[in-house]
Write a protein that binds this ligand. Structure first.
Ligand code: GDP
Ligand code: MG
Length: 374
């Protein structure tokens, strides 16, 4: 073996040894790179994984949730469908994509059709030739359509001096009790004296669930025995509230739908009793779960026909890709969405605001001609 051959063998041996020693470090470094960079990352990962399957997100929204974070799922669904139109001049395929996008966000068939008909008129009048501009025109139109009066009445109109009662109605599981907890927390933080009425006497656990919320915000809870007449619980709560000079009574109600006629009769009775001196119903808020989409709309229709609903609380918008349901509720039922639930915590409740809602839903930015946001 020549000296050159021996040298080459030694060099190959040294290089191979160095490479073998370095391998575990390279592997560990690549593992480190694929790990989350910040504590926020796991939430982002689990959100997008859930959204890919269109499943409700199980992650609790952070306190102080915003429309933008709450509507991320709806926006992503819409934007996937709008992405193709943003790159070309509006044509028939554009209108089809828009229709698909709105239906996919659960705007509802009737509202989607009227929305697009009006938008076609605007596009023709304003000679819109850019699809991005069309989405902005759609945003303007949506903002203008959401022009309902959303004021929450602290006092029943014309009934000054009476103890105001806010009734919360809706089917089981939509978030009535949780919303009462959040509203109670908000009003208590403003310095109001709150009394809660556990008038869902049908479910044994309902009163203790409300008790937890009442304890948390320092409200007083009035409840009855299991199976008691809900209207007698409301009567007791209003009397207690009036005696203590409380600012408001927040009344929980049962939501079993198995016997719709009985439920509606019961709610009508609860309302009559709550509206009798010394109380006066200031708000009857229908709670709707945004994840149920059009199904929630038909439930809402049944409640709106049976009781005097003054507004809607749309819950679980944080876990829904069906944020467009707001348009269907307002256009088809004529009910204003007043509050929105964006999570399970006491701070995860926001007043509905049409401008921020449309911006968050469509991902439009007034200063940006295209679509924006994550
Ligand atoms: N993610 C999310 N969950 C909510 C929201 N509102 C209520 N929930 C959850 O929905 C479930 C049912 O709520 P509950 O208040 O008991 O409904 P109720 O039967 O109508 O009183 C509970 O697990 C709540 O924590 C919301 O805005 N977002
Ligand atoms: Mg409940």
């Amino acid at each position: 073996m020549s000296t050159t051959t021996v040298l080459i063998v030694i060099v190959i041996f040294v290089v191979a040894t160095v490479l073998l020693c370095a391998l575990p470090f390279v592997h560990r470094a690549s593992q480190r790179r694929s790990k989350p960079a910040s504590p926020d990352t796991p939430i982002a990962v689990s959100r997008s994984a859930a959204q890919a399957t269109d499943e409700p997100v199980a992650v609790q929204a952070p306190s102080g949730a915003t429309f933008s974070s709450g509507l991320a799922s709806s926006r992503r669904t819409l934007r996937d469908r709008l992405a193709s139109i943003n790159r070309r001049r509006p044509d028939e395929a554009t209108w089809e994509s828009l229709e698909e996008a709105l239906l996919g966000a659960d705007v509802g068939v009737a509202t989607t059709m009227t929305t697009l008909e009006r938008l076609r008129g605007t596009a023709a009048d304003q000679d819109i030739v850019d699809a991005g501009e069309l989405v902005h025109a759609l945003a303007d139109q949506m903002r203008a359509a959401l022009d309902a009066d959303r004021a929450l009445h602290a006092i029943a109109p014309g009934r000054e001096g009476a103890t105001p009662v806010w009734l919360f109605v809706g089917v089981n599981g939509v978030g009535k009790t949780t919303t009462i907890g959040k509203v109670g927390a908000r009003l208590s933080a403003e310095g109001q004296l709150v009394v809660m009425a556990a008038a869902d006497t049908f479910r044994a656990a309902a009163a203790s669930q409300l008790q937890t919320w009442a304890d948390r915000c320092g409200a007083e809870l009035i409840s009855g025995s299991s199976g008691a007449d809900p209207s007698s619980v409301v009567h007791d709560a209003v009397s207690a509230a009036a005696a203590r000079g409380a600012d408001v009574v927040l009344a929980d109600t049962a939501g079993r739908l198995q016997n719709r006629k009985n439920l509606m009769d019961e709610l009508a009775k609860v309302r009559r009793v709550a509206d009798r001196e010394p109380g006066a119903v200031a708000e009857t808020l229908l709670v709707i779960d945004a994840t149920t989409g059009q199904n929630g709309l038909s439930q809402a229709r049944a409640f709106a026909e049976a009781t005097d609903v003054t507004g809607v609380v749309l819950t679980k918008l944080d876990g829904s890709a069906k944020g467009g349901i707001v348009f269907a509720i307002e256009a088809e039922l004529g009910l204003p969405v007043k509050l929105v639930g964006l999570g399970e915590g006491p701070d995860d409740l926001v007043d509905f605001d049409a401008d921020s809602y449309v911006d968050a839903l469509l991902g439009v930015d007034a200063d940006d001609p295209g679509l924006s946001g994550p």
